[in-house]
Write a protein that binds this ligand. Sequence first.
Ligand code: HEM
Length: 143
Amino acid sequence: MRIFQKAYSVVGALLMLEFFAQLYFIAATIFTIVNTNDNAKDVYAAFKNADTFAGLHAINGYIVGLTILIMLILSFAARHPRRTTILTGVLFVLLVLQIVFARIPVPTVAALHGLNALILVGLGGYLTGTNWAFGRRAEVAVT
Ligand code: HEM
């Protein structure tokens, strides 16, 4: 069981890195556009360049979904408390919601994607931190 608890922690830490990359890619997308010169040719080129970062954001977003699914399986295997497994499931539901928001053609509603991102990062950090299976505190929890 210990090995699965450790695996949950490692994959949780990886999820946090993916979240950081996710925020970096979308910020790079936005700055590529806003930092361009104010003429049609440069604005067009900026949108083309920004597409690369936006594409990386979308691909990494789907990798985030896969990572959360792996965490869910590991949560069962590690026999984590039911609350942890349920909250890991909630994390996956929030990711699905994230994709739904991104596809809603009303900008004021789609922008909830940005707020949902905060909840995803917060809950991911909470689950990874409170179930950390390495170090002295983890040893005490086992005995
Ligand atoms: C936890 C962090 C985040 C996750 C997991 C995430 C996930 C995703 C995913 C999976 C997509 C692709 C959706 C599709 O297939 O249509 C997407 C698109 C998008 N996201 Fe995020 N996102 C996150 C944070 C953010 C933030 C903070 C912003 C902006 C403030 C943002 C802005 C966008 C935009 C503008 C798109 C559309 C890109 C395009 O159509 O080319 N995302 N996101």
